[in-house]
Ligand binder design. Structure first.
Ligand SMILES: Cc1ncc(COP(=O)(O)O)c(C=O)c1O
Length: 363
């Protein structure tokens, strides 16, 4: 089994205990004797799964009662569209975007279809190697919202602080770092994250939405594209991805019971990132980390070797050694090790050691 060494950018590694429980649940759930794949979304059992998933997320992230927790479909990409549909269209305001990488560049493209969209900062010309400093953002107090991506999955850049003005609703795509470390949830009007990094399998996207912000949404949208539909129906307006939500619930249990919460997870994630960046920095002339040091992500470590040929050779030998999912995103190439929550420190230590060995062998 290669699951322990899965460094994929997503869908990625899931905890071993969750995989075992999921395997059993595909055959038969202990509570119902039925396969999880054949459970009705209107069953009491599933209502219990949804409620527990929500409860666990609230406890893990400190989400207060005046926020809704929604389980939606369409991935994070649909949120790029739904956000401006609901909160920019006909608002009489403009929306602000920070473009700091491949994924955050996609969001304003959708917003422009809905209204006045201003990109406050764009790192593209610099090859998305750093994040903006606070004094590089010309923020205005009357924006409908400010959108940013807290962790750029492709380039491996992670915001250490939180941008924006307190009076402007802050919206964040946390697809690749939600549940990796504690967050100041109440600073945000809306947070969204698809599951396939730290939360579970693909198919479900978590949206955390402040009630007061949700009330500002325009009316007259197609039913399924209106956040209020999902709030009113408690995430079962239509058939939700029952299986994905079930596994997500198991992951939240694992994080609570086996890891001991998000703070404990953050300490492990820090140790993982330190080990890997340490190994790369030890061979600096050979390995080159994509992002500037001050913006390095704890979740996605994007790096290069001196030549594309060496990179291809690296990937091939890595696979033979049992390390999987190390190819960089197709937009920038190179290599990337994703260190999501379920990737263990042992796995990262093994990869770090192997980086040194590959350098000695090939360099
Ligand atoms: C930060 C971020 N946002 C959005 C997306 C797009 O997500 P989806 O494929 O769920 O639409 C990704 C994909 O990996 C991502 O990493």
């Amino acid at each position: 089994m290669n699951n322990a060494m899965n460094f994929s950018g997503g869908p990625g590694a899931l905890p071993a205990s969750v995989l075992r429980e999921t395997r059993d649940a595909i055959e038969a759930l202990p509570e119902t004797g039925l396969s999880v794949l054949g459970m009705s979304h209107r069953s009491e059992w599933f209502r219990g799964v949804l409620d527990e998933a929500e409860r666990n997320l609230r406890a893990l992230l400190g989400i207060p009662a005046h926020y809704h927790v929604l389980f939606m479909q369409g991935g994070s990409s649909l949120q790029f569209s739904m956000l401006p549909m609901n909160f920019l269209r006909a608002s009489g305001r403009h929306a602000e975007y920070i473009v700091s990488g491949y994924w955050s560049a996609k969001a304003p493209v959708e917003a422009r279809l809905e209204g006045d969209t201003r990109v406050l900062w764009d790192g593209r010309a610099e090859g998305y190697r750093r994040l903006p400093a606070a004094d590089e953002l010309q923020l205005s107090q009357d924006a409908a919202y400010l959108h940013y991506v807290s962790n750029e999955t492709v380039e491996g850049l992670e915001f250490a602080g939180t941008p924006g003005l307190p009076e402007v609703p802050l919206v964040c795509d946390m697809s690749s770092n939600l549940l990796a470390a504690p967050i100041d949830t109440e600073r945000y009007a809306m947070i969204y994250a698809h599951a396939q990094k730290n939360l579970g399998p693909a198919g479900v996207t978590v949206v955390i939405l402040r009630d007061e912000f949700a009330r500002r949404a325009i009316t007259g949208l197609p039913t399924l594209l209106d956040y209020r539909t999902h709030i009113a129906a408690r995430s079962v307006y239509n058939t939700p991805p029952v299986f994905a939500i079930y596994v997500l619930m198991l992951v939240t249990r694992w994080l609570r019971d086996e890891v001991g919460g998000v703070e404990a997870m953050a300490a492990i994630n820090r140790a993982k990132a330190d080990a890997l960046y340490g190994a790369l920095d030890a061979e600096q002339g050979f390995y080159r980390v994509h992002g500037e040091r001050s913006c390095r992500s704890t979740m996605n470590v994007a790096f290069r070797l001196p030549t594309p040929e060496l990179e291809a050779h690296f990937l091939e030998t890595a696979r033979r050694e049992g390390f999987h999912g190390l190819e960089g995103h197709r937009s920038i190439g190179g290599l990337r090790a994703s260190l999501y929550n379920a990737v263990t420190l042992d796995a990262v230590n093994a990869l770090s050691e192997w980086l040194g060995e590959f350098r000695r062998r090939e360099g």
